[in-house]
Ligand binder design. Structure first.
Ligand code: BMA
Length: 303
């Protein structure tokens, strides 16, 4: 089982005429709503600070982008950038998980590499976002994503405590208590594709067989790969299946080179008409699309 690249790849490029998305567009989230594909993506321009851009598409391949970012840094808690959006629709509202990368956390200056908060924001229109707050504080935590409905009456999320994927529950999306968090998946103990570190990708897909959860991993050689596992519908802390093999890895020049080499990094794996659309950043530089059929994917995880 392997995802198939779309022949039009890469499907979104940086814009040399813009000051905020001049150099890199990558790591997109995509939701399908009102017969349109809505993309939120990380962009870097002349100041190298990440902002979140927005684009819309009828076919998921050709995009019409908004000319200004829809989320930008607002203070020292995210002054180094807002990164890696993952948008989930829950009931009638949209929630964006994103990484805030700041020079200060709660009034305290951070050393280089610190200051990373896994944030949640809320929107009714996909364009204007209200910041709610972080899932956890005081640690390098990212790759968080919300499940698309409550499970057992509570909101649920995946997040990454390096190098593992964790699961967490909350009553209101504002309070995430330590006693409601647990390790879900760990890297595998040989030098395979998910040996060193793993993290969650897009919104888990609900199927009759369970939640299909895409994730990424890398090994000693720091080559990003994508994989998928199946979690129990009622209790996603139970892993039903975790296939050994990866389903996607860098092969094209723009995935092997780019701004950061050997990266395929996906925040979107949505299903439209029984096709799984996986959008990803190639080399932290451009955006690509790869697809597979939902039936083939389920067969693969259950094999
Ligand atoms: C991760 C994130 C992603 C990035 C990836 C590869 O830690 O920062 O945004 O795509 O590294 O550089």
């Amino acid at each position: 089982m392997k995802l198939q690249r779309h022949p039009s790849n890469p499907i979104l490029l940086p814009d040399p005429a813009s000051d905020w998305e001049t150099y890199n567009v990558f790591n997109p989230s995509v939701v399908y709503h009102n017969d349109l594909f809505h993309m939120h993506y990380r962009a870097q321009g002349l100041d190298w600070i990440s902002r979140i851009g927005y684009a819309v598409s009828v076919d998921g391949v050709n995009w019409n982008r908004m000319r200004r970012p829809i989320l930008s840094p607002k203070d020292k808690s995210d002054s180094r950038g807002v990164e890696d959006p993952r948008v989930t629709k829950i009931d009638a509202r949209f929630y964006m998980c994103y990484t805030a990368y700041g020079s200060e956390v709660e009034g305290k200056p951070t050393h280089v590499g610190g200051g990373i908060l896994p944030m949640i924001a809320r929107s009714d229109n996909l364009i204007t976002w209200e910041r709610l707050g972080p899932i956890v504080r005081g640690e390098d935590n990212k790759d968080h994503v919300l499940f698309p409905r409550k499970i057992g009456g509570r909101y649920a999320a995946l997040h990454r405590r390096w190098p593992n994927i964790w699961i967490a529950y909350s009553d209101d999306l504002l309070h995430w208590d330590e006693e409601d968090m647990a390790v879900l998946l760990t890297p595998r103990a040989d030098n395979d594709w998910d040996f060193k570190s793993i993290g969650g990708n897009g919104v888990p897909i609900e199927t009759e067989q369970g939640w299909l959860a895409f994730y990424h991993g890398y090994n000693e050689a720091h080559v990003y790969h994508l994989g998928v596992c199946l979690l129990d519908l009622d209790d996603p802390t139970k892993v039903i299946s975790r296939p050994r093999t990866a389903i996607f890895w860098p092969e094209e020049l723009w995935e092997i080179r780019g701004d950061v080499p050997n990266v395929v990094f996906s925040n979107a794996n949505l299903v439209v008409d029984d096709t799984v659309y996986v959008y990803y950043g190639g080399g932290d530089h451009v955006i690509g699309l790869a697809t597979c059929s939902l039936d083939d994917l389920i067969e693969y995880v259950l094999d």
